[in-house]
Design a protein around this ligand. Structure first.
Ligand code: ASP
Length: 422
């Protein structure tokens, strides 16, 4: 689906050329976002039930442990890269502090968030789109199905009822992927509209004022993607072609860049993992919804970069101990950040307060956030997919002889990809 990438570039050019009238296209983009949001809850439920069919509690523990450890490790590396790059580039050193109204909304404490993973009412968790609570309930329900099925008599009504439920979930997931395909067809218009509206809104001036900040983030993200995901994870741990991986996840990347939401991109990431990367639903059905909520490498990295930016503006030099404390706070804050547009502006209060930096910085960068948010959301989504790929490999739950893996010119393959979105 190169059309969507072309739409992305053309939309950006039109936005810069036309200026603020391009913002009138926003509703066309909002429609794209709504369509994706519409299917987040059903797609998670169907694929997680399918995942539960393949996961014994022991397997779930093993895969879950690997996923969570890798999520934490990649996020810590991302923050270290962000701090390293921003210490080098020093964004903010030529900017003076302007006071503006600050969003002092406090981030909810992590303990409270952990507690809310267990829903008191699963239906209201679904209605509210509380992804962690939905994951928890669906997994418990799916595991319950597996256990009851194993205990039931072979020809009993209970066993056939559960088989029907599993088949229904499988059919439901297939239908959802078809709907994703349809939404991505409209996405060509949606992405064009979103990008035109963005650049129509922020214009070239804001870009100039915050060029170093944007450059630091873009540079750090390109290091994270090329070294951590492509070189270490794809080439090193999976032993597969990084280019094939990138081709396999491009729709998810462009969608994340366009809609600024990891959760909103989830249906597309799942479709890419299933159809292109050929990861088993037993892995991605669990790892991707979890990643969209807790694994935010781009966000964590950005929190670190903004801390250095704020220190430069305030003319404070950060000690090594302070940088470590930024790393720890940014790691926790990124886990607590919701996968929705500009969510990290709220979490930033925690990081800046931790090291006593001025919160006014948040007001200063809020104007450029619609642009920076896209970059970090794209990084967040690619991180989830890279970790899912290696966990798939470790658990024999990925088919590296099909999908996008055999369609890589640099690897000499010749079988065409079956990507439905191409
Ligand atoms: N928009 C980001 C996401 O959905 C979160 C953030 O960094 O604001 O992944």
């Amino acid at each position: 689906m190169y059309r969507i990438a072309v739409a992305f570039v053309l939309g950006s050019i039109v936005g810069l050329a036309v200026g603020s009238p391009a913002q009138r296209l926003q509703p066309l983009g909002d429609l794209f976002v709504r369509l994706l949001e519409m299917i987040i809850v059903p797609i998670i439920i169907f694929t997680l039930i399918m995942a539960a069919r393949e996961l014994s509690p022991a397997n779930l523990g093993k895969i879950g442990g690997q996923v969570v450890c890798l999520y934490l490790a990649t996020t810590a590396v991302a923050i270290a890269i962000g701090l390293g790059v921003s210490n080098l580039i020093e964004p903010g050193s030529s900017v003076t502090l302007t006071s503006g109204s600050v969003n002092t909304q406090q981030a909810p404490p992590l303990g409270e968030q952990l507690f809310s993973i267990v829903p008191t009412n699963p239906i209201s968790a679904m209605a509210e789109g509380n992804i962690l609570a939905i994951i928890f309930f669906t997994l418990v329900f799916g595991l319950g199905m597996t256990i009851v099925r194993a205990e039931a008599e072979p020809d009993s009504a209970v066993r056939s009822g559960i088989d029907t439920l599993f088949e229904t979930a499988e059919a439901g997931a297939e239908v959802m992927f078809k709907i994703v395909w349809g939404i991505m067809e409209y996405g060509v218009i949606g992405v064009f509209a979103l990008m035109a509206s963005l650049f129509g809104e922020i214009g070239i001036e804001a870009l100039r004022a915050y060029a170093l900040l944007a450059f630091s983030l873009a540079f750090a993200i390109s290091l994270q993607i090329s070294i951590v995901y492509l070189l270490v994870i794809l080439r090193g741990l999976v032993g597969a072609s990084p280019l094939a991986f990138l081709r396999g996840v491009k729709e998810a990347m462009v969608t994340a860049l366009s809609i600024r939401s990891s959760s909103g991109t989830l249906p597309v990431s799942m479709s890419n993992a299933d159809e292109n990367l050929r990861i088993d639903d037993g892995v991605y059905g669990f790892s991707l919804p979890l990643g969209a909520t807790i694994n935010m490498d781009g966000t964590a990295m950005y929190l670190g970069i903004v801390a250095v930016f704020a220190a430069n503006i305030a003319d404070v030099s950060l000690t090594l101990a302070q940088q470590f404390s930024i790393l720890a706070t940014a790691l926790l804050a990124s886990i607590g950040t919701a996968g929705v547009p500009s969510a990290s502006l709220v979490m930033m209060t925690a990081v800046l307060t931790q090291v006593g930096l001025p919160l006014e910085v948040i007001a200063m960068i809020a104007g450029i956030d619609p642009l920076l948010d896209r970059l970090r959301t794209m990084n967040n989504v690619v991180g989830d997919l890279a970790v899912s790929t290696v966990v798939g490999k470790w658990n024999d739950a990925i088919d590296l002889t099909a999908g996008v893996w055999v369609d890589d010119p640099s690897e000499g393959g010749s079988v065409p990809s079956e990507t439905p979105t191409d």
